[in-house]
Write a protein that binds this ligand. Sequence first.
Ligand SMILES: *[C@@H]1O[C@H](CO)[C@@H](O)[C@H](O)[C@H]1NC(C)=O
Ligand SMILES: *[C@@H]1O[C@H](CO)[C@@H](O)[C@H](O)[C@H]1NC(C)=O
Ligand SMILES: *[C@@H]1O[C@H](CO)[C@@H](O)[C@H](O)[C@H]1NC(C)=O
Ligand SMILES: *[C@@H]1O[C@H](CO)[C@@H](O)[C@H](O)[C@H]1NC(C)=O
Ligand SMILES: *[C@@H]1O[C@H](CO)[C@@H](O)[C@H](O)[C@H]1NC(C)=O
Ligand SMILES: *[C@@H]1O[C@H](CO)[C@@H](O)[C@H](O)[C@H]1NC(C)=O
Length: 482
Amino acid sequence: MKAKQRSKSMKIILYMNLILLLLIIIHVARKSENNFSPPSTITLPTLHLIDVAFRNQLITERLASYSQSYNNSLGVCNIKNSLNAEQEKIFPRISELLITLRQQIVTYPNQYFNGRGIILTVGSSQLELARVNLKMIELTRTRLPVQLWYSSSQVSQKFMLTLLDRVPKLNASICCFDTAQCKTRNQIWQLNSTNVYKPITGTLWKHFPYKPAAIISSTFEEVLFLDSDAYVTRDPEDLFLSDPMYLKFGALFFPDSYLSRQHPVVWNLFNTTCGDHEYELDSATILVHKKIVWNGLYMAKLMNDNHELFYQHVTDGDKDTFRLGFRYMNVKYYLVMTPCATGSFDGTRFCGWTLCKTDSLAQHIYINHVHIFKYENIKYTSANLGYTRIGLGDPNNNSFFFTHCRLPGASTSCFHIIKQPNPHITNSNCYTGGVPLEDIENHQYTLNESLLFDNSRKNRVLFSKTNHLIPNFVDNLLKYIE
Ligand SMILES: *[C@@H]1O[C@H](CO)[C@@H](O)[C@H](O)[C@H]1NC(C)=O
Ligand SMILES: *[C@@H]1O[C@H](CO)[C@@H](O)[C@H](O)[C@H]1NC(C)=O
Ligand SMILES: *[C@@H]1O[C@H](CO)[C@@H](O)[C@H](O)[C@H]1NC(C)=O
Ligand SMILES: *[C@@H]1O[C@H](CO)[C@@H](O)[C@H](O)[C@H]1NC(C)=O
Ligand SMILES: *[C@@H]1O[C@H](CO)[C@@H](O)[C@H](O)[C@H]1NC(C)=O
Ligand SMILES: *[C@@H]1O[C@H](CO)[C@@H](O)[C@H](O)[C@H]1NC(C)=O
C-alpha cells in the first residue's frame, strides 16, 4: 500500500517535472525567437549603468581632447621622405583640381531631405552580404527605414527586389541612380533627378565611388551608411537621437587600424594642418547629418568622382576622401577612436578579424564590420567570432596600440589592441604577447548596460566572449551568413 502510494507520488513528481521542462522549453524557444531581448537570469549581477554625471564628465573631456587633437598640438608630421617625381608632377594638378571642384559644390537643398534612415550601396558582388545585412537590421526591430542604392548598369531591378523578400518587417526600398526611382515590393515613386547625385564611375571595377553619392542622394536628412558587411548589433536609432558627438558635429567616423599614411604635402594641398596622428577611416560605417556637414560630404563626392587621381595619389580607396574633403571645406567631424575587434582566442593569443564600432562615449557596440573573413578566407564559425577585445580610452589620447599585422609564420593577419607601451610590441609593429589576465571580463552585458560606465574603466581593455559584449551577435550572424 505504502509502496503504491509512493510510486503514485513519484509519478506525480515526474509529471510535474515533465510539465516544468516543457514550460522551460517553450519559454526558451520563445526567447530565442526574440533574440535582441536581454536574457532573463535568475541571479542578477550588478548592472553596469552609466549615470548623468559621468556621462557629462566624458562629454567635457572628449570635447577638450578633440580640440587639441584636431589641431594636432604637436604640429609635426612624421613622414619626412621627399616627394618622388610623379608626386612632384601630380600634386600641383590636384591643387588646381580642388579649387575647381570647390566651385562645383551645390548648395544644400533646403526642405528636400527628411527623416533618418540607413543606406547601403549594392553592386553585384555585394548582393549576398547585403541580404545578411538586412536580416541583421530587421532583428534589431528598428523603426529606421532603409534605402538600397544601386546602378541598373550593375544589378537589375528584379534582382534588387529579391533583397526585400526576406525582410518583411523592415521598411526597405531600392533606389536606382540611373532612373532616380525608388521602389518597394508594391510601390514605386520618382525622385526629382536634380537631387540624385549620380557617381561618376568610369572604368573602375571597385564600387567605392558610390558611397558618398548614395549618402547625398538618399532622401534622408540624417544617414547611417553601412557597407554590406558592416552589421548592426543593436538598434542604431539611439546614435541619431542621443550620441553627444554626433549631435554636436553632425558626423561620426570610425577608424581603420592605420595611422594616416598621407605625406605632409598632401595635408597642405588640402589647406589643413597635418593630421598624421589621426587614424585613417574605416569608411564601412558613416553617420552624418547632411544639413550640418553638406559641404564636406559634397566635396568627398566630387573627390570620388575623380577617383583616378585621388585614390591613387592621396587616399587608399574612398576612405580618406571623407576626412580630407571635410578638412578642405572646414567641416568638422568626430572620429570615434575606440579600438574594437572580434576574432578567435586559442587560450593565449587573440587574433582580431573584424572592426567593431561604438558610440562616441563607448557605451555600447553598435556595428561590427566583418571584412577580413572574406579577404583571408576565414570560415564564419562561432570559434572564429568567439571573442571580442575593446579598448576604452579617450578617443583622442591614442592610449592603445591598435594595428593590423601578421606575425611571422601566422596563417592570417590580425587586429591587435593592447595598452602601450608593452614589451611585446615588436619592431615590425606587431604584438607578440597573449591576452593579459587583467583584461578578461566575464560579465554578460544586457542591452541597457554600458561598457564604459565609471572612471575606473578608463584606459581599460576588455576581453570577453563576443556574445557577452554584444548580446546574441554571433548566434544571429551565423544564422544568416553563408
Ligand atoms: C583649432 O585652433 C583654432 C585656432 O587656435 C581654433 O579656432 C579652433 O577652434 C581649433 N579647432 C578645434 C577643432 O578646436
Ligand atoms: C589654400 O589657401 C590659400 C590661401 O588662402 C589659397 O591661395 C589656395 O588657393 C588654397 N588652396 C586650395 C587648394 O584651395
Ligand atoms: C517607410 O519609410 C519611408 C521613408 O523612406 C516613410 O516615408 C514611410 O512613412 C515609412 N513607412 C512606414 C510604414 O513606416
Ligand atoms: C526639381 O528640383 C529643382 C531644383 O530644386 C526644381 O527647380 C524643380 O522644380 C524640381 N522639379 C520638380 C518636378 O519638382
Ligand atoms: C592618456 O593616455 C595615458 C597613457 O597612454 C594615460 O596615462 C592617461 O590617463 C590618458 N588620459 C586620459 C584623459 O585618458
Ligand atoms: C536592464 O536590463 C535588465 C535585464 O533585462 C533589467 O533587469 C533591468 O531592469 C534594466 N535596467 C534598467 C535601468 O533599465
